[in-house]
Design a protein around this ligand. Structure first.
Ligand code: CO
Length: 132
């Protein structure tokens, strides 16, 4: 069911420092920061030959990553995103297997439908599925 790895999202306390680390030390192709008010984050997209990295930092009050950064003050991998061909079929299949889908299918940061799966059902990893 799952296809390509679309991105790995890393929550960071200091977006400028993390961007400099990826652009300078790691020599990656790093884009300018982008505010995503609907998602409560500011994102920096890093393009790798085979996937993307997204550096996330909280934007505004009630950011969905604020709690994660409180527990992981130096940052850490927040979620990984796999592509699926049909997100509604994927949701139905997952729910039929008993996996917990968090909330409803929403439009994600790339303008495509996404959903999130409970980390406790997936070996401690928050999984995002994105319509390919
Ligand atoms: Co994501």
């Amino acid at each position: 069911m799952i296809g390509r790895l679309n991105h790995v999202a890393i929550a960071v306390p200091d977006l400028a420092a993390a961007s400099a680390l990826y652009a300078g030390t790691l020599g990656a192709e790093v884009a300018a920061p982008q505010d995503e008010p609907a998602h409560g984050v500011t994102v920096v997209f890093i393009t790798l030959p085979n996937t993307k990295i997204e550096l996330l930092t909280p934007l505004g009050e009630n950011s969905p990553i604020a709690g994660f950064l409180a527990k992981n003050p130096s940052g850490g991998i927040h979620h990984i995103c796999y592509e699926v061909d049909d997100i509604h079929a994927a949701r139905d299949h997952l729910q039929a297997t008993g996996a917990r889908v968090l909330g409803d299918i929403k439009i994600g940061a790339h303008g495509k439908p996404v959903l999130f799966l409970h980390p406790k059902d997936f070996t401690g990893t928050l999984i995002e599925l994105e319509q390919a």
